[in-house]
Design a binder for this molecule. Structure first.
Ligand SMILES: NC(=O)c1ccc[n+]([C@@H]2O[C@H](COP(=O)([O-])OP(=O)(O)OC[C@H]3O[C@@H](n4cnc5c(N)ncnc54)[C@H](OP(=O)(O)O)[C@@H]3O)[C@@H](O)[C@H]2O)c1
Length: 339
């Protein structure tokens, strides 16, 4: 009998998640049945959407129930398999959640090649976040040569890919990040044309200077003050793929100030803006294979760059997750659980 140590949701967090909102427990796992494999988690992905799963509010996916292990993508080693599509010793991408071991259906697993690229890339640049940027830009943003693309959370796995895809399309890429070190990384490491700090007092002036011709594509990752500052600079026929609103994920109330809905709708009307929300899973069935092939090649030959923030130890998971929503992570946040 194999046991797993897992982090379950003990209470629904109000505001920033607290340690007491979770419980760590060790339980027996069932033997893998037909078409299942027993896995040891090597790496666990931490992603902003997990904050939504902790809440009971209506969303595109069901909430994690109280007492249930937190969900999440994992890179794992196969310990036992009842199916010849995965072999003992294979390293696979799965959805094991916040736990050290799992039993999963082999139909959900993707066997990785550890000799090709670091297996952690399957959680970031070549995983769900990288694909999110690709899908949002390809289907909604559709940048053209000479246009200006703006994205925030720009050193993260979604934002850094957005900027690089904008550059590949011949557009001017403007990245927004928190703090001087991240801002420098945008131009020095990811090749953004300009980079600005959303925490700076003169953020609006910096944005105006970085976007002298206005903004054609605003890839919305954060909402809040950044969105308020970007909106008046949107050009005629601008596109806004609405991907995430991370500035508000821990919010317990609407922001202060006057109701800005009228201004927003007015701007959408007078600038003929396209504002389109999306969840990456809408496009994955038809576009993931092309993404993995095209972007996989670009990552392997270094023309697409990525950065990972790997935190050591399963016991660091809750604290690392808190840091994701406040900008403590630098790059794709991953927990090394074993290996
Ligand atoms: N629609 C989809 O299918 C889909 C899929 C994946 C991800 N997403 C969304 O994409 C966004 C980026 O995800 P990611 O995985 O790449 O995250 P990430 O960039 O690794 O981490 C989140 C970042 O958000 C920034 N942030 C936090 N609070 C902020 C605030 N008040 N104002 C401005 N920035 C703030 C921080 O960066 P700084 O330190 O630079 O501020 C933080 O590092 C999130 O909104 C996520 O929910 C959507």
């Amino acid at each position: 009998m194999t046991t797993t140590t897992r982090i379950v949701l003990a209470e629904r967090p109000v505001g920033e998640p607290k340690d007491s909102d979770f419980r760590v427990e060790t339980v027996d796992l069932p033997e893998p049945g037909p078409g299942e494999a027993l896995l040891e988690t090597l790496y666990l992905s931490l992603d902003p959407y997990m904050r939504g799963r902790m809440s009971a509010a209506k969303s595109y996916a069901k909430p994690v129930e109280i007492g249930q292990a937190m969900v999440g993508a994992t890179v794992s080693r196969v310990l036992e398999s009842t199916d010849d599509t995965v072999a003992v010793g294979d390293v696979v991408l799965g959805y094991g959640g916040w736990q050290t071991h799992s039993v999963e259906s082999t139909s959900y697993l993707r066997v990785l090649n550890p000799d090709a690229l670091p297996v952690t890339t399957a959680l970031g640049v070549l995983g769900m976040p990288g694909f999110t940027a690709y899908a949002g830009m390809h289907n909604i943003g559709q940048p053209k040569a000479g246009e200006t693309v703006v994205v925030a959370a720009a050193t993260g796995p979604v934002g850094s890919m957005v900027g690089q895809l904008a550059r590949l399309a011949g557009a001017r890429a403007v990245g927004i990040a928190g703090g001087a070190a991240k801002v420098a990384m945008l131009t020095d490491e990811f090749g953004f044309d300009a980079a600005i700090d959303h925490r700076a007092d003169d953020f609006a002036e910096q944005l105006a200077a970085a976007t002298p011709d206005g903004i054609d594509v605003y890839f919305e990752n954060v909402g809040g003050k950044v969105f308020d500052t970007v909106l008046p600079r949107m050009n005629l026929y601008g596109r806004i793929p609405v991907c995430g609103l991370v500035s508000g994920y821990n919010a317990t109330a609407l922001p202060d100030g006057p109701d800005r809905m009228g201004m927003l709708m007015g701007r959408i009307l007078t600038s003929s803006l396209l504002v389109r929300g999306f969840i990456q899973s809408e496009f994955a069935p038809t576009q993931m294979a092309t993404f993995l092939s095209d972007i996989g090649t670009a990552v392997a030959n270094g023309s697409i760059r990525y950065r990972e923030d790997i935190v050591d130890g399963f016991d660091q998971t809750i604290d690392a997750f808190r840091g994701l929503l406040t900008g403590r992570n630098v790059g794709k946040l991953i927990v090394r659980v074993a290996g």
